[in-house]
Design a protein around this ligand. Structure first.
Ligand code: NAP
Length: 249
């Protein structure tokens, strides 16, 4: 089927995949008056709909896409990294979802959109705007890099915060207390980065060129958990590069 679809209250949408994002997306579209089927699990078939949106793991997209092709006029996915090989459009909400979020979770966030045709691109844009998100275009060539940026901004931040929590525990601070104590530091660092970028925001021993303190920190990390030493070394090397950028500015 090749006819175009425009999003309207009577438009029918099937959400395929009842995981973290599928349920939230179904609730949010329903809240906007769209007729939503699902989120649909495995093996249930896809009803005749205008739009099917795949909310399955990236590697699982081809099979349900082929099934949905039989009954849906247009098919999209919500994957940041996956090209449009099996679908007509993509809407990738630039947010992290655990599944418990309310429908307004999409308000004000970015959404990477793309479409095989201009009509598909417009449909992706309409979906993003209907959710309250701000659409921006991303093409297949740049998808993986764009998605890696999102992983650095969310997944890897958690990796670093978890290391901080572990090191605080080795200094006798409980996990709950560490998260409460570190949160204001994290928030201010984030605010500074948002307004001026990393080089302008960098403080601490690396920014001061204080090699004695860096060496003492490294030894403490090695003693607390040797598994964190290589992470410390990699992060210190990357942070030194930012400090050099700051010095050259
Ligand atoms: N979560 C996020 O923060 C987030 C953010 C932006 C974009 N996304 C995108 O959203 C998509 C889904 O991610 P997720 O985090 O929601 O994953 P998830 O929590 O793992 O959920 C995926 C769901 O898809 C189901 N599934 C797998 N194969 C299926 C099939 N053939 N037919 C029907 N359902 C099938 C899985 O069922 P089983 O449990 O039975 O395998 C599971 O319920 C991915 O493309 C991801 O890139 C996620």
């Amino acid at each position: 089927m090749t006819s175009s679809v425009t999003l309207a209250p009577e438009t029918t949408v099937a959400i395929i995949g009842a995981g973290r994002l599928g349920g939230v997306l179904a609730r949010a579209l329903r809240a906007q008056g769209i007729v939503v089927y699902g989120p649909l699990g495995r093996g249930g078939g896809v009803p005749d709909v205008d739009i099917a949106i795949l909310c399955v793991p990236d590697s699982a997209i081809p099979d349900p896409a082929a099934s949905a092709r039989r009954t849906a006029t247009r098919i999209g996915h919500v994957s940041g990294a996956t090209p449009l090989d099996d679908v007509d459009f993509s809407v990738h909400p630039l947010q992290t979802f655990t599944g418990a979020e309310s429908p307004d979770v999409f308000h004000g966030i970015g959404a990477a959109i793309s479409g095989r045709t201009l009509d598909d691109q417009r449909l992706a844009e309409q979906l993003a705007r209907t959710l309250g998100a701000s659409p921006f275009e991303i093409d297949d060539v740049h998808r993986a890099g764009y998605h890696a940026a999102a992983s650095f901004a969310s997944n890897f931040v958690l990796t670093v915060l978890d290391a901080a929590e572990q090191l605080a525990a080795s200094a006798g601070i409980s996990s709950d207390e560490a998260r409460d104590l570190l949160a204001p530091l994290i928030r201010r660092t984030f605010d500074n980065w948002q307004s001026g970028g990393a080089a302008a925001s960098l403080t601490g021993p690396i920014a001061r060129g204080d090699e004695v303190t860096i060496a003492r920190q490294r030894a403490a990390v090695d003693e607390a958990d040797p598994a964190l030493t290589s992470l410390f070394d990699e992060l210190a090397a990357a942070t030194r590069a930012i400090a050099r950028e700051k010095a050259a500015a």
